[in-house]
Design a protein around this ligand. Sequence first.
Ligand code: HEM
Length: 210
Amino acid sequence: MNKDKLLLRTRFIDRASHWFMVICFILVAMSGLSWFFPSLNWLNSVLGTPQLARILHPFLGTVVFVVLMFLFARFVKYNLPERQDAIWFRNVKNVLSGDHSQPLQIGKYNAGQKILFWGIMGLISLLMLSGVVIWRPWFAHYFEIPLIRIALLTHAVAGVSLILLIIGHAYLAFWVKGSIRGMVTGYVSRRWAKSHHDRWYQQISKSDKP
Ligand code: HEM
């Protein structure tokens, strides 16, 4: 790999955190889904036995939350709304049809990725809060039954919403050729940067920093 022709997009600490969190997320999501319907019960075998899944699910969920808060601190500055995001929204049809002929003034992340970022962070926060309220035997006894019922519903809705959002995120990551390589090796080609994140490309070409 000739790194002179490539640009550093994502640092090692962020990549390692992302993929470690993805593994934990898959285990948490599968064990969580296993409690929705009896026909999905087999999914909790990912954590050994049903009893182990029940014990480990909240701990692993907390790990996902903590790593995502770390990524939040690292990436929030790239995901704040900007004036130029409106250009991406106006041209979303072209973006979806793979037409990158117009300069869209896209920074490190595009407006769609920013929405996804805030969606992920909001839902994981809801999951953590509601998860603490329903976490037996550690915390649930501090709360009234009606609040536990609301927390159970919130937890289920937020969990399914986050899983759906992540399916969309993973699909788009595979769809935009070169993205996965960026998250695995850390590097993307200049061509990729120019066509998908033109303003970010100009910024780092000037400063030589990601
Ligand atoms: C197999 C599943 C997944 C794949 C293939 C994947 C892939 C990627 C890729 C390629 C990027 C970099 C995008 C870019 O450089 O433009 C990224 C960023 C990111 N991913 Fe994932 N991801 C997966 C699962 C997850 C999960 C489960 C979460 C959280 C629950 C997550 C949260 C994030 C966040 C927060 C970013 C940074 C985006 C931003 O700051 O706007 N990912 N992912």
